[in-house]
Design a protein around this ligand. Structure first.
Ligand SMILES: Cc1ncc(COP(=O)(O)O)c(C=O)c1O
Length: 400
């Protein structure tokens, strides 16, 4: 059989890439909305959105046009100068969140580095130099750089990379007593994803985040929300914390902020943000004009196209349809989620189901070996969901 173009690309890739990803055996060539095409022209419906990134779908014209226009004007200049798209994006973030100040990075893990550094420096500046501990949740995921890695509550992510940063302690998510016991005057921050993403789409129990806020208020520890996955509409609100009526002191964003452009952000309240002064922290590319222009187009489009409404409606519909499958297939243990961040926990391994879904033209993935994850673009339509459910029904019937 003749080699396809995709075969050649995959073969070449396997020779040259560092071995950090288990990739599906397809070469994606282009995308529009919630549809992707591979090199051979086969189409796929995307329920992954580039790992919860492309909220507006692929190549949304508003973002494409903003990027084109900015790229023709100014590509890069650094934050040693003022640039309008950066200012516009930061102002939009401040106007629409609890925060007063913004620091831009290029990725999620870098936004978390900024948050960790800011929390520690805030107390250092106050003369509390031993207050450097950060409590995070077991099963949490905060990134792959040393700060993000050290904060992450999963041993498999840290294995082989010790010694990691000092001062991180993990507690079970949703266990308020565990946080209470650990939070003393050596703790500078409690850092949580409002909904655990990579850890298995685990929602906070009613009142949990409010209790954490109270512990922070009582002890003076800062509350950091890692909203890299939950932020910019994924949960049906602009930021995940808005679902739970709990405001953090610091928040990190990335993923959907740029709809695929590499950009992250760390947001903080004024009195905390002022611990950063020129020279404390920085990034050559952070707040790059092209990334900021694209991200500002994302912000405008979310408002103009009522993206959050669609996220809530389709999220409820997807859950309802998955619940229907759960009634039919006993190996589906649980269906849960918020907005368009939905998981179906199985009591079998999910990797073969993901492969079969791909063959049928649907991109989904499996986390923690047995949780099918559905994080489609927020513009996903009911007919896309119906098609996915039909495909899953067919696949599941072979696993029952
Ligand atoms: C909650 C959370 N924090 C941090 C990260 C790391 O982001 P990045 O891969 O952009 O560094 C991720 C990525 O999946 C995430 O889900």
């Amino acid at each position: 059989m003749n080699k396809t173009k995709s075969d050649s690309i995959i073969e070449e890739s396997e020779k040259v890439f560092a071995n950090t990803y288990k990739r599906a055996q397809i070469v994606i060539d282009k995308g529009a909305g919630a549809t992707l095409w591979d090199k051979e022209g086969k189409s796929y419906t995307d329920f992954m959105a580039g790992i919860a990134v492309c909220g507006l779908g692929h190549c949304h014209p508003a973002v494409v046009n903003a990027v084109k226009a900015q790229a023709e004007k100014l590509f890069h200049i650094s934050s040693l100068y003022y640039i309008e798209p950066q200012t516009k994006l930061a102002s939009w973030l401040v106007k629409n969140s609890f925060a007063d100040r913004v620091f831009f990075s290029n990725s999620g893990t870098e936004a978390n580095e900024a948050a960790i550094k800011l929390a520690r420096k805030y107390f250092w500046d106050k003369g509390e130099k031993n207050r450097f501990k950060i409590i995070t949740a077991l099963k949490s995921f905060h990134g792959r750089t040393y700060g993000g890695l050290s904060a992450t509550g999963q041993d498999k992510i840290k294995k082989g990379f010790h010694p990691i940063l000092q001062g991180f302690e993990n507690v079970p998510f949703n266990d308020i007593k565990a946080i209470e016991e650990k939070t003393d005057k050596t703790v500078c921050a409690i850092m949580l994803e409002p909904v655990l993403g990579e850890g298995g789409i685990i929602l906070p129990e009613p009142g949990y985040l409010k209790e954490v806020r109270k512990i922070c208020d009582r002890t003076g520890a800062l509350l950091i929300f890692d909203e890299i996955q939950t932020g910019i509409g994924r949960t049906g609100k602009l930021f995940g914390y808005m679902n739970f009526n709990v405001k953090p002191d610091i928040m990190t964003l990335a993923k959907a902020l740029g709809n695929g452009l590499p950009i992250g952000a760390m947001l903080a309240k004024e009195d905390i943000a002022k611990a950063f002064v020129p020279g404390s922290h920085g990034s050559t590319y952070g707040g790059n004009p092209v990334a900021c222009a694209g991200a500002f187009a994302v912000a405008e489009t979310i408002e103009q196209e009522k993206i959050l409404d669609n996220c809530i409606t389709q999220g409820e519909y997807l859950k309802k349809r998955l619940n229907g499958l759960q009634k039919k297939y006993s190996f589906i243990k649980d269906v849960r989620g918020i907005g368009l961040m939905i998981g179906a926990e199985l009591n079998i391994d999910g990797s073969d189901i993901v492969k079969k879904a791909l063959e049928k033209g649907f991109l989904i993935n499996c986390i923690q070996t047995n949780i099918l994850r559905f994080i489609p673009p927020l513009i996903i339509k009911k007919e896309n969901i119906n098609a996915l459910i039909n495909a899953l029904d067919d696949i599941f019937s072979n696993f029952a």
